[in-house]
Design a binder for this molecule. Sequence first.
Ligand code: AMP
Ligand code: MG
Length: 321
Amino acid sequence: MVNSTYQYTQTLLGTTVSLILIEPNETVAQVVFDTITQLENRLTVNRPISEVMLINLAAGEHSVVVSRSVFSLIEQAQKVSLYPDSCFNFAIGPLVKLWKIGFKGDRVPTEEQIKQQLLLTDPKDIVLNPEDHSIFLTKRGMEIDLGAIAKGYIADVVRLILHQHNIDQAIINLGGNVLTLGQSPLNDDGYWHVGLRKPFSVTNELAGIIKVKNKSVVTSGIYERFFIQNDRLYHHIFDPLTGYPLDNEFESVTVISNSSLEGDIYSTFLYGLGLERGRDFLKKHQHLSAVFLLKNKTIVLINSENFSFLLLDKQYAMSFS
Ligand code: AMP
Ligand code: MG
């Protein structure tokens, strides 16, 4: 057992990124932060230029050849977007840009504006060509948004880098996307402790602790980015059918998985399915585990053999399935 760790922190990906190591290693931390910076520069849609923005800027005009890794990420995003009943939609960009949730100028748009943008969000209108790794958005104004999966992908790349440097015990925290490597030397039982945030707590209180070994823990929560107008809360995960934020039982959905990309995809995807369909999906996909935190103050654990959970806030009731 050890009783201290070394934490390296930088502001990247619009959040606080931290790396926790058991031995001090400034050099590796710098390699990690440089890599995250490079990947953010490729994937972001919050700046005028990136690899993804080049695709978006060419919408309705021509296809754009992208790197192998960006193509593969977009391929996976399209696959999940085309699942039957999927609320996950990587073509959601025009709505994200319209609502501006989490950014300056956020407000409820008009019905007409929403209707117009919905015409530009069909994932089938995005053509992928695996032969030359090119991508074509067939209508002017369309925009790919990889906000629901980019952090997961980046966390997996960071794990690879740490392994290449023979580091096999660490935590990568990309603001709500946590990836733990190996077993924790901090606790006798080898579990890493990952906090489950209490939604909307201004003091960052925890509802509970998720204990895992060598797993990714990714949360999609409506408290991450939101605004309130006329006593109604509007958050950042949209229903691709209505163009409004999804409305269901969930305050947050946490997925525990081996790959962080998978965790990020499915935290957003399950958020969209809602409680009953989400539970059914997970029963058919036992390699994924989840913690659903409901508006009615119930915490539901699903496929809970892959982790252990400690309830901290007794106002929540627990349920297992
Ligand atoms: P996450 O926190 O991983 O659930 O991702 C939320 C982010 O994904 C948002 O901030 C948007 O950039 C994007 N997004 C919003 N709605 C959707 C949706 N229905 N499908 C896919 N991505 C979305
Ligand atoms: Mg996600």
